[in-house]
Design a protein around this ligand. Sequence first.
Ligand code: ADP
Ligand code: MG
Length: 707
Amino acid sequence: MTVTMSHAEEKLKHYFGYTHFRVGQEQIIDQMLLGNDSIAIMPTGGGKSICYQIPALLLPGITLVLSPLISLMKDQVDALLEIGIEATYLNSTLSKEEEMQRLADIKAKRYKLVYVAPERLEQSSFTRFLAELDLSLVAIDEAHCMSQWGHDFRPSYLKISAWLNELIKKPRVLALTATATEDVRHDLQQHLNIKDEQVFVTGFARENLRFQLVKGVDKWSYVEQYLQKQNYSAGIIYASTRKEVEQIFERLKNKGVKVGMYHGGMNEQDRHHHQEAFIHDHVSIMVATNAFGMGIDKSNVRFVVHYNLPKNIEAYYQEAGRAGRDGEPSECILLFSPQDIRTQSFFIDQSDMHEERKTQEYEKLQQMVAYCHTEMCLQQYILRYFGDDSEEQCQQCSNCNRTGEKVNRTREAQMVFSCMKRMRERFGKTMVAQVLTGSENQKIKQFQLDSLPTYGLMKQWTLKNLSAFIDYLTAEQYIKPTGSAYPTLQLTEKALHVLKGEEEVFQYEQPKQEEPQEQDDVFEALRTCRKELADAHHVPPYVIFSDKTLRQMSQYIPLTEDELALIQGVGEQKLQKYGETFLQVLHQFQERKPEHSEIAINTSPTKPKTSSAKKGSYLESVTLFKQGVSIEDIAKERQLTEQTILNHIMKAYQDGEPLELESLVDKEKVTAIKRVVDEIGSEYLRPIKEQLPEDVTYQDIRFVLGK
Ligand code: ADP
Ligand code: MG
């Protein structure tokens, strides 16, 4: 066959202008030339088309391409005609005369490739027509449409195998897809009667793609800045719902960005219009639901941003893979926020899939969530998902480029595992975290979980941080959630090794993030609230709170009175007068509360406050402190965390309360901090912290900078 493979290479050079085949292409083309029916599973952008286009040029007869994408057939065929390959298509957009002409030309062997949608095989006149042709190859593109397990099942695809079986002279068959799950593969093999040896899963690594996971940001501001940084080069933004797509589209349009939009609720004509505008670079950004993209082979897409969590890894890789088909460096960014898990769970729950299938979908969703918590190389995680156990790390994803120190978390992991065991592995993440942090939640009492020896074992953790740690343990496969909307957590073999002390658990310390950003829409909502109050009280708005105060609220989203009291400009009086009204507004944005904020507003969400703590304010802490009570004792007394008390003191200090700096921070530390600040300035805390010994805390630095 070597002679023919060199012919194949010649065609590649001659028609396509490429010098080498990509991983997998050569192998698959070789199989076609040998006449072996095959399934080719290659990632999106991996170069599947060439796997049938080159054999089409080398084989004597016609290659029939079955493709689901009527709207793209013309583009695909035009692209081939452009490079001198005789190709045509038949679909419902043609007039009767055009169709007759094309049929005649096909019969006269004027074309090497003919594209049709599988629906056409339902017309007996057409199958009779095909029976008389010399078909060398039938390529089934997007073949996962044939599987009920696939995400785009099309009933007409099921007709393909029946039609093939009836043919007297059998053409070669090549089924192509980017979907690599075992159930889909299995279905295809069955429908097409293809042996295991003829299934080729290749080239899943996409070396030019830089995967990035971004957590805890205001998504909209992130996107705004990102697009600007990218200089509005071509990119796709995927969101999960039509509503969200429309909102992002509108906002970008209002900013003057050239943007298109695509979702299933638009009419055919609009969708086509936007799609074409994107393909032909009339607009640079496409905002879309997952309805967009199959078969789009625009090669210069520089980035794909996922505004929401996709439903599973296949879908993610397929969508993200639409970046960088031309092999140029491109970025795939996933903006993670935990509430998106609920949206996807809801989609599964609402679907009409049967129970067994739902369970599988939940499990896949969990693997997607695990992607967002793993510390493994992100490309490697994806490859492993597809069954490629490569040890190689991409060296460019956000995990490979992570900074921060690796810390031993074995003890904490053991606490979590042993608590789960004692809870008989019958509860979900939140319950486990609540038991460990010693929550007084009703449900905990109801199940008498507060009598477990692990109850309150990790009191010093916030519920949020502990949940994140459990997510991490899940991502690293110590814990396996059951496949359901409200999964219960179970321990894996791996966790048992840790419990027995045979294996250790490490995690990278999250580097502290810079100050969270102000959030414009939150600020606007607060301003509206202020305006209403001002009108009602007949005072100018700034008398209520200054813009600066509202901005800081939009930055930190305080959710309790204690937290609100930490905001500059919120004194006791105003807290009593307006606190509740503003908190109501802020609660609407609670999901946007930054994950790590330097002000570390840190009241434990699980602890019910005593009445004294509730009606008291930060001033109560300050008074106690001035009386010489230690931070630790104040925290106990007020049932708040030490961090919160420190924040109270800090605020008083900043507000000009006469407090001795020395009583808050060691003299030596003060000197050291001042020295560093003199040297590098005081704009950011992190670089200052990095210059100082470990035991100097952010709080110490803030105190020194306070005035
Ligand atoms: P898929 O159908 O697998 O998503 P395509 O067939 O659309 O991918 O190919 C993706 C891109 O890769 C196209 O722009 C194509 O021209 C290019 N390509 C395919 N094979 C090669 C190759 N051997 N060398 C360079 N570029 C290639
Ligand atoms: Mg393709």
